[in-house]
Each structure stands twice: as C-alpha cells, then as structure tokens.
Design a protein around this ligand. Structure first.
Ligand SMILES: *Cc1c(COP(=O)(O)O)cnc(C)c1O
Length: 343
C-alpha cells in the first residue's frame, strides 16, 4: 500500500555519488584543512551538550553581522542553506502557486516545490547557458510566480548574472526573490550590500563552499525584518545544532583564512579552465569554485574514477556535460593529468 502523499510519488530520493576516490572533485567542497583546527578548539571549549542551543544564535549572528553587515533581526540561520531554501518554500508558497527558477540550475529547488505541491517553472537559458534577463522577466510576467529562486553564480553552469542584471529582475516584479549566493565569494557580483533596498529580496548564503565547512551544515538568510519574521514563524526551534553554531562562529571570526583560500581557488579555476580549453574541450567561464564542461568521451566519469579522480557527471538534458570542482593545486593537477591520459 502506497501511503505517500500524491505530490511526492513521482520523486526519486536525491542520490549522492558513493564512489570513493582520493581526488574528490564532484561536490564543490572545499579544503579539508582550512578550518580543521577548530575541531580541537571545539573539544577544548566549554560548550554544553546537555542544553539545547541558544535559539537566538546570538554569538553566531554577531559574527555574521561582522561579515555581511546586518543585524540579528535581519538574519535567520539554519541547517545548511538547503534547509533555508526549503523554509522559504514552506513560508511563502501555497499549493498550486508557482515557483520560477532557471534551467538548468540546482536540482533541489524543483524538489522542494514538488513536495509542497507548487508548480515549478525553469526559465530556459540561451545557447551556451547564458541567462537572458529580458526573457526571464518575460517568463515572470507570464507566469506570475509567488517565489523566484535565482542561483548566482549558477550551479552547475558557473554563469554569473551581474548586479545590474539581478537588480533589473528584482525591480521588474513584486514576487519574492530568493537569491542563492552559495558561490558568490568566488564571484564579484554580490547584491548583499543592497538587500535592504528591496522589499522583495532575500539572500541565502552558506559556509559550505568558500569556508570549506559543508560538513557542519550551516547556512543563513539575510533580508528585511518582515521577510525574516515570516520565516521565523516556520523555522523549528534549535534547527542548527550547537556544535555547528560554535564552529561556524569561530570560522567567521577568522574569515581572513577564507579570503586567502578564495583567492587561490580563483587562480586555480582559471588554470583549469585554460587547460581544458587548450585541450580542445568546450569549457564554460565560471564565477564559482567549479568548472562546467562538455565532453564527447564515452564514460568519461568512469574512466577518471579508474584513475582515482571523481568529478560530477550530468544526465538527461545535460547528458555529456560534467562539472569539476576546483580543489587544491595538487588535486587539480591530478585531475588534469588523468584527463589528458583519458583523452
Ligand atoms: C552547495 C549549494 C548550496 C549549499 O547548500 P548547503 O545546504 O548550505 O550545504 C546551496 N545552493 C546551491 C546552488 C549549492 O550548489
């Protein structure tokens, strides 16, 4: 007997690749050593495990404030930005209302939409995955979405909308825009300094990518007080555990390390891009910590796995496309070496 609610019956569980390779470049994760010492600091701290976390997350929000410049009343924290995007849908979208996003983009958005019986529309990118702002605005006008989710830089393509382009979209509509800037530390078009200028904009951020802390699952939303108050109605208490809150707080106190790391990743990203282009591969300029490319080599992912290198392979409409995360210099060299051998 199938007891599932109607809306989820056509869904498949999100599958992460269980393949283990010593060079892991499939999930845009960061450097394992960047904040490794915080584990020790955590062990030596006087953090209490018997008590629930401070549900106002005031220490953490103080450091987020130091980083992005907004008060606690403008911030909600959560168990990764994944939870927060889910919360946005829960908070703002009713059954049969429409969520509009890009196509291609992060696959989780459409899943959250489906779980809440919302309609989901992906605004088609142009050739070479360029996002055409005027055509998005047209799609918005035609479909009257309740929520628009924009991933900038976009995953998986790495393409970047400029601030000017995002402003134009935000101003074109009354619909709420959730701007997912998970990768924006690696790009230069953040709208974070202007988020309070618009009453229909919220920005979702995470420590999973630039801070190399995907394991702790910490993300946050920055928006005006009205938006945050609505989200806070739906957020479960203690949604972020105290260990993660502690580590994120300490990492934000030492954000200089992240800035140095991001600088290196951007240099490495250009090296990978150029090397792929030099090898005749159709690679795409990226504003994130990965490079998206097309290859006609059969079983490319498998062939690289045999050389102990794991990259992300896409299927369906993106069959033949791949995404390689930008890792450490050594990892990237191993990827390029393996890639050369395979071709
Ligand atoms: C990696 C990623 C995130 C971050 O998710 P977390 O739950 O914070 O780890 C958010 N959005 C996109 C598009 C991503 O690729």
């Amino acid at each position: 007997m199938n007891r599932e609610k109607e809306s989820i019956r056509s869904l498949e569980p999100y599958v992460t690749n269980p393949t283990v390779c010593s060079v892991k470049l499939d999930a845009n994760e960061g450097d394992k050593d960047l904040y490794r010492d915080l584990l020790k600091k955590l062990g030596e701290s006087d953090i209490t495990l018997n008590y629930y976390p401070d549900d106002s997350y005031s220490e953490l929000k103080k450091e987020i404030n130091n980083y992005v410049g907004y008060e606690p009343k403008n911030i909600t924290v959560g168990n990764g930005s994944s939870e927060l995007l889910d919360l946005c849908v829960k908070t703002f979208v009713d059954k049969d209302e429409t969520i509009l996003s890009l196509d291609p983009t992060f696959s989780m958005y459409s899943i959250y939409a489906q779980v809440f019986s919302a309609k989901y529309i992906g605004a088609k990118a142009e050739e070479d995955f360029k996002v055409n702002v005027d055509s998005i605005i047209k799609d918005i006008k035609e479909n009257n979405p309740k929520l628009i989710i924009l991933c900038n830089p976009n995953n998986p393509t790495g393409s970047v909308l400029t601030k000017k382009e995002v402003r134009k979209i935000v101003k074109s509509t009354d619909a709420l825009i959730a701007l997912d800037e998970a990768y924006m530390e690696f790009g230069d078009e953040s709208l974070i300094d202007e988020v309070m200028d618009y009453d229909n904009l919220l920005i979702v951020k995470t420590v999973s990518k630039a801070f190399s802390l995907a394991g702790i699952r910490m993300g946050y939303i920055v928006a005006n007080e009205d938006i945050i108050t609505s989200i806070e109605k739906v957020r479960a208490p203690y949604n972020l555990n105290s260990l993660s809150a502690y580590i994120a707080t300490e990492a934000l106190r030492q954000k200089e390390r992240m800035f140095d790391y991001v600088k290196k990743i951007k240099e490495e990203r250009e090296k990978i891009y150029k090397a792929l282009v030099y090898l005749g591969v159709k690679a795409y300029k990226s504003g994130a910590n990965f490079v998206f490319f097309k290859s006609d080599i059969d079983n490319l992912q498998k062939k690289l796995v045999d050389k102990d290198v794991l990259i992300r392979k896409f299927s369906g409409k993106l069959d033949g496309y791949y995404r390689v995360s930008v890792g450490t210099k050594g990892q990237n060299e191993k990827f390029l070496e393996a890639f050369k051998e395979v071709i």
